[in-house]
Design a protein around this ligand. Structure first.
Ligand SMILES: *Cc1c(COP(=O)(O)O)cnc(C)c1O
Length: 361
């Protein structure tokens, strides 16, 4: 394959071509420093400039208020599944979790090691094909925080509202839809995301934390998972994931050039519509998630048989549509269509689906 494919991988996932080309141009000699960003000291002037600019761009683009701090932490989103209870649950010993998919379930189970967990709502009864309504969320009175996952990467559902939790801090795993639309950060205690879905190559998590939430950590919390320590050291308690942060910086500049998060939100709706229009009119393909809950970032669908699914995936790959196999928990197909997926990608995939249906129905 000499050309780039349309890469529908759920994560690590496609990055803007412009960004990859820019990184390639700067690979061996970053702005006259005579070295790669990979090779430079994280305490040196050139790297500190990259770090500060990336953080400032993230703050501006995501509209992070001064009450909140931005952290770059190692270990992806999964390490935050532990860091969150270790830092926050001490307040009352209890926390509320919404379980709407695989990752929120894993996060909930991990939190159980540190305190008493109330499952405030779950969509498990219908294999996570929907998102519970606000009226079906059972909040406990004295939870230290409420945790939910705004986009369920595996099941292809997305919360279309921000849960109301009163004074209980809202903690959100936004790994697969952060930076895909504007959000009111002031509503959240913590927003966190592994960067490899919608922002950068793997190797870090972005954590946006309301500063007053730090300081309740379990005494055995490792230093690198301690929000207070990370805030005080500006994420530089040790060597940060330098190159990943640099790449994130380039992606943020790219988002700016596209018109920021308002433009991302418009593109996100446009991109998924090509695929959902096919699913809504097809006699062969059906969406896995309920219509009101379906995600603009991960589109899950299937045919009537596993054989036909396999044939579709194989033929799609030959035609340049890569990594469409669904997660084993759902089966069928999944098209992950994050910010960097060109509109052409879903437009052409939709045409291919219609053509495949005509040939195989
Ligand atoms: C991928 C993903 C994770 C896990 O991320 P890691 O960075 O691999 O730990 C967690 N939550 C969501 C919603 C995800 O999509």
């Amino acid at each position: 394959m000499s050309e780039r494919v349309f890469n529908f991988s759920a994560g690590p996932s496609t990055l803007p071509l412009e960004v990859l080309e820019e990184a390639a141009r700067e690979m061996t000699n970053y702005k006259g420093t005579g070295m790669s960003v990979m090779e430079m000291s994280h305490r040196g002037k050139p790297y500190i400039a990259i770090f500060e600019e990336t953080k400032a761009d993230l703050k501006r683009i995501l509209n992070v208020p001064d009450t909140h701090e931005i952290l770059f932490m190692p270990g992806g989103a999964t390490l935050q599944f532990s860091a969150i209870p270790m830092n926050l649950i001490g307040k009352s010993g209890k926390a509320d979790y919404a379980v709407t998919g695989n990752f929120s379930n894993v996060a909930m189970k991990e939190a159980k090691r540190y305190g008493e967990i109330n499952i405030a709502c779950t969509s498990e009864d219908k294999n996570h094909t929907y998102i519970p309504a606000q009226k079906d969320i059972n909040l406990s009175k004295d939870a230290s925080y409420f945790h939910y996952c705004s986009n369920n990467t595996i099941y292809g559902t997305e919360w279309k509202y921000v849960p109301e939790t009163g004074n209980v801090p809202l903690v959100c795993d936004m790994s697969s839809n952060i930076m895909s639309m504007p959000v009111d950060v002031s509503k959240y205690g913590i927003i966190y995301a592994g960067v490899q879905k919608n922002m950068a190559p793997a190797g870090a998590a972005v954590v946006v934390i309301r500063k007053d939430l730090a300081g309740n950590e379990h005494p055995l919390t490792p230093k690198l998972m301690n929000y207070g320590v990370m805030i005080d050291s500006d994420s530089m308690q040790n060597t940060p994931p330098c190159y990943t942060i640099y790449m994130l910086g380039l992606v943020l500049k790219w988002i700016d050039r596209q018109g920021g998060l308002t433009a991302m939100a418009k593109l996100k709706a446009e991109r998924s519509k090509y695929l959902y229009d096919v699913l809504d009119s097809s006699k062969m393909f059906a969406g896995c998630a309920e219509k009101e809950a379906r995600s603009d970032m991960n589109v899950t669908f299937r045919t009537k048989s596993e054989e036909l699914d396999a044939l579709f995936i194989k033929e799609a790959k030959s035609a340049g549509f890569d990594t469409l196999k669904g997660h084993r928990a759902v089966g069928g197909m999944r098209a992950s269509i994050y910010n960097a997926m060109p509109i052409e990608g879903t437009k052409k995939l939709a045409a291919f689906m219609r053509e495949f249906e005509a040939r195989n129905l």
